[in-house]
Design a protein around this ligand. Structure first.
Ligand code: PXG
Ligand code: PLP
Length: 436
């Protein structure tokens, strides 16, 4: 596949299309911790694809389950009809979710999960007789996918700029505080008071107008922003006091990323609604899931029984192949204890990544569980150039990292061994020493 015109038809997502197509980087095959490119070069995957292949690539248990399901029943509707798999999968999943988050609404992606959660929150207040609670509160630098709901509450200006006026929203300040917290290992000490900005927004808009607050427990896309100790609990307390729903977007943090099944477990803070995707099926088939509390779910179940309670759903909600993949992924997570394994590897991961702090250009390092970011000083007048150079140089040396702007994010598959960590950080050290 070489003539560049062959690359023209596929309009690539979140990619500088012309730059990519002038020098394409094509992956061909994957297994366990590795990809191989078209030339057969082995590439260590330090990103679990895009934060999603938590059990490592091409797990045969998952592909066998998908194949078997394609032969048995390819598709069945879940609007006013059903099949056993989403019921089975939902029941298996709620054994792992924080206590009380016992109801599962299936989607096809993290973006759909975010939009579903926001609509669920608005409709919850509506059915309870508080239809004026329409304001949604997000946070600066947040990523909640690319649906209109997700970009409205999201806090990345580039993702909103071209799309006009969106939902009624306001935003909390982000919690990145490099003055005080640079090179923190794990939870930063300073900044719990940033949660009090929610009190100010309540004062400004009136609690009776606010439906929900949505946050990533640890912000991923913005470059792994770890919340200050105590911050999420304070948000929880303020939401509870004012009847505002708290939504955790666990699309990245869900399914073992922090060494616990969910970030809610890590922090000991339970939201009212929790969004997931990615690791839900080990990314083998696209799928998302939104978990809701009994209180939220039960509020919908009060009208006449013959009435649809929630006017929402996707053709592919609870798709048989996605459920088959998800059930097989859960089997692996259970058998290999992957939803907890990150806590065993995290101390070595943290030590090794922080050992890079004195290398050239390193401005900050942040980590929690098996997610971390190295923020580099931007090149004068060329923001993003240095991050891109790290991506290219790493690939040349057989390592895939995620570069957004000048931040390098790492989120390896949870099956990672110490020998892979050694290779990962030796390579990164060499890259950081050689780039300009
Ligand atoms: N919420 C969060 C917290 C996410 O991280 C989404 C929603 C949207 O999920 P979908 O499946 O619609 O993409 C995400 C996705 C990156 C990167 O490298 C992060 C995501 C996706 C692609 C790249 O920062 N997160
Ligand atoms: N657009 C049209 C014309 C449709 O008929 C449908 C679903 O029936 C959709 C969009 C939504 O598709 P999905 O349910 O896959 O999100």
């Amino acid at each position: 596949m070489s003539p560049h015109s062959d690359l023209n038809a596929f309009w690539m997502p979140f990619t500088a299309n012309r730059q990519f197509k002038s020098a394409p980087r094509l992956l061909e095959r994957a297994e366990g911790m590795f990809y191989w490119d078209a030339e057969g070069k082995e590439i260590l995957d330090s990103t679990a694809g895009l934060w999603c292949v938590n059990a490592g690539h091409c797990r045969s248990e998952i592909s066998d389950a998908i194949t078997a399901q394609t032969r048995k029943m390819d598709f069945a509707p879940t609007f006013q009809m059903g099949h056993s798999l989403p019921f089975l999968f939902a029941n298996r999943l709620i054994k792992y979710t924080p206590k009380g988050l016992d109801h599962v609404f299936f989607t096809n992606s993290g973006s759909e999960s975010a939009d579903t959660a926001l609509k669920m929150a608005l409709a919850y207040h509506f059915v309870r007789g508080e239809p004026q609670r329409t304001l949604l509160i997000g946070r600066e630098k947040a990523y909640h996918g690319v649906g209109f709901g997700g970009i409205s509450v999201g806090g990345l200006p580039n993702n909103r700029r071209a799309f006009g006026n969106l939902l009624t929203v306001d935003h909390l300040p982000h919690t990145l505080d490099q003055e005080r917290n640079r090179f923190s290992q794990g939870l930063p000490l300073y900044g719990v008071e940033k949660a009090d900005a929610l009190g100010e927004l309540i004062h400004k808009h009136g609690a009776e107008h606010i439906a929900a607050v949505i946050v990533e427990p640890v912000a991923g896309s913005a470059g792994v922003i770890v919340p200050p100790a105590g911050y999420l609990q304070r948000l929880r307390d303020i939401c509870t006091e004012h009847g505002i729903l708290l939504i955790f977007d666990e699309v990245i943090t869900g399914f073992g990323r922090l060494g616990t099944p969910f970030a809610a477990d890590y922090f000991g803070v339970t939201p009212d609604i929790m969004t997931t995707a990615k690791g839900l099926t080990n990314a083998a088939v696209p799928m998302g899931a939104v978990f809701s509390s009994d209180t939220v779910h039960d509020a919908f179940m009060s009208g006449p029984a013959e009435q649809i309670e929630f006017f929402h759903g996707y053709t592919y909600s609870g798709h048989p192949l996605a459920c088959a993949a998800g059930l097989a992924a859960l089997d692996i997570y259970e058998k290999e204890d992957l939803l907890h394994r990150g806590s065993l590897i995290a101390p070595s991961f943290a030590e090794m990544i922080h050992s890079l702090r004195d290398l050239p250009h390193v401005a900050d390092i942040r980590n929690l569980g098996l997610m971390a970011a190295i923020e580099l000083e931007p090149k004068a007048g060329e923001p993003g150039a240095r991050g891109y150079e790290v991506l290219l140089k790493s690939l040349e040396l057989g390592l895939l990292v995620r570069a957004t702007g000048d931040t390098i994010a790492l989120s390896p598959p949870l099956i990672i061994e110490i020998s892979h960590l050694d290779r990962l950080f030796q390579t990164l050290r060499e890259v950081l020493r050689t780039i300009s």
